[in-house]
Design a protein around this ligand. Structure first.
Ligand code: HEM
Ligand code: HEM
Length: 209
């Protein structure tokens, strides 16, 4: 049998490779928006794209962390997984803010993407709002006097909805993901994630009943 420590190293290493791979996308698959920018504007937009990709990777991690899989709980401990889930929520807010500011700054704050034509950007806006609502309602649940069961009933589906919105935003807003390897990898990862969630939930409900 593979020892626990080896599994942990393998998982952390795979995550690092996944994150590193994601951050190479804007350099290998340049968007048209970058072609027309020079100097500081170009660097800022690049940084904004990187911040968007980092937010996406952290969002995928955020959904995996609270899944009550026996394998992950045995390996890392459920208390640790939940602690990382709470901390990661704050990180997501920070990277999402960087993404929004850096991506919009080169276009000028007077050219905010609002209107039918900009629906992929507007899914991003909805996404950002949902992230804020989820993190604030979780961190300040007692201040807001939200009952735990009510909070959980809303928190779970919103979390999964958020992931679907993220997929739509990325697939339609960025030319890097219009075709080729980034699109295929993104779709494979999201299909794998949907399968993982279905398997873990099925095992959980079977063992409960
Ligand atoms: C949690 C929220 C969000 C996530 C996870 C996210 C993720 C991403 C990712 C991964 C990209 C592709 C980067 C690339 O081309 O390699 C992207 C692009 C973009 N996002 Fe977001 N985004 C979010 C919120 C927003 C918001 C609120 C806006 C506001 C308008 C926005 C506007 C854009 C734009 C304009 C692009 C295209 C940039 C370009 O290539 O010129 N995003 N986003
Ligand atoms: C971007 C932000 C967040 C997303 C997308 C998210 C997503 C999720 C999802 C999908 C679940 C359900 C997992 C399952 O099906 O069992 C969950 C559970 C949970 N989340 Fe979050 N979450 C976020 C932020 C937070 C924050 C900031 C906190 C706390 C401060 C938090 C605390 C919890 C707790 C305690 C659970 C376990 C609920 C239970 O099963 O009893 N979450 N989260």
């Amino acid at each position: 049998m593979f020892p626990h420590k080896a599994y942990k190293i393998l998982i952390i290493f795979s995550f690092a490779v996944f994150l590193g791979g994601a951050l190479t996308v804007p350099f290998y698959y340049e968007t048209q928006t970058l072609w027309y920018k020079t100097g500081v504007d170009k660097v800022v937009l690049w940084a904004g794209q990187l911040a968007g990709l980092l937010t996406l990777v952290l969002l995928v991690l955020q959904i995996i962390l609270p899944l009550k899989g026996r394998f992950s709980e045995d390996l890392f401990g459920s208390a640790n997984l939940m602690r990382w889930h709470r901390i990661n929520g704050i990180l997501i807010v920070c990277t999402a803010i960087s993404h929004v500011v850096l991506v919009l700054a080169p276009e000028g704050i007077n050219n905010l993407p609002i209107g039918k034509k900009y629906w992929p950007e507007m899914t991003g806006e909805g996404l950002f709002l949902l992230v804020l609502i989820m993190v604030l309602s979780s961190r300040f649940r007692s201040v807001l006097k939200l009952d735990y069961t009510v909070w959980r009933t809303i928190h779970r589906p919103l979390g999964y909805l958020l992931l679907i919105l993220a997929l739509i935003h990325v697939l339609f807003v960025s030319e890097s993901f219009k075709q080729g390897i980034p699109r295929v990898v993104l779709l494979v990862i999201f299909t794998g994630l949907a399968l993982l969630i279905t398997v873990v939930k099925t095992i959980f409900w079977r063992s409960k009943s």
